[in-house]
Design a protein around this ligand. Structure first.
Ligand SMILES: [Zn+2]
Length: 179
């Protein structure tokens, strides 16, 4: 057999300077080992209005134990994630990475190895402006349908106008129509 024992590997890694590699890996992932990371957002992504919703959905994943933010994230934005941590009972901390290795602004991590494959979001889900600027959270049939097709992640933030709403004169937050 050609397989090396754990001890041999350990010795080899030791020579190759694994502690160094692990150190930079941890700086990149805001103090975590990559194997514990479940989701990470870049600075560009965290300032998008959809970021909070994306992170909140992921917080429902029981493996997530903590939310970590890079120290340079604007405090008004950081506060929202702090509230999220408290709502979902996750630990929250801010890390000053100093040696900036990446553009990572936020990490959701487990306390143990989870080996999640895709932790970076290539394409952030987008909530079209018409919904973001809606006057209220009630939608006519047409706009609810549009929301389901274009931004399914956000469907639970809105409701379709009901019979009772109609009686009460509630109008669609997007188009002002009643059905
Ligand atoms: Zn409408």
């Amino acid at each position: 057999m050609n397989q090396k024992s754990d001890l041999e590997k350990y010795v080899e890694y030791g020579i190759a300077g694994v502690p160094e590699i692990k150190g930079s890996e941890k700086r990149y992932w805001l103090g975590e080992f990559r194997e514990r990371v479940i989701l990470a957002l870049t600075f560009e992504q965290i300032y998008r209005k959809e970021a909070l919703k994306v992170v909140e959905e992921k917080c429902k994943d029981k493996r997530v134990d903590k939310i970590i933010l890079e120290d340079n994230v604007q405090s008004t934005v950081a506060e929202k994630f702090m509230e999220l941590a408290s709502k979902y009972d996750k630990d929250y901390k801010m890390i000053d990475t100093q040696n900036k290795l990446g553009e990572i602004a936020l990490v959701l991590a487990s306390n143990e190895a989870v080996d999640e494959k895709d932790v970076l979001i290539k394409q952030m889900p987008i909530l079209p402006d018409i919904f973001y600027n809606a006057k209220n959270k009630k939608l006519c049939k047409k706009h609810m349908q549009m929301l389901k097709e274009e931004a399914p992640l956000f469907v639970d933030e809105f409701q379709e106008i009901t019979f009772l709403d109609r009686v009460m004169g509630v109008k669609c937050g997007v188009c002002d129509k009643i059905d």
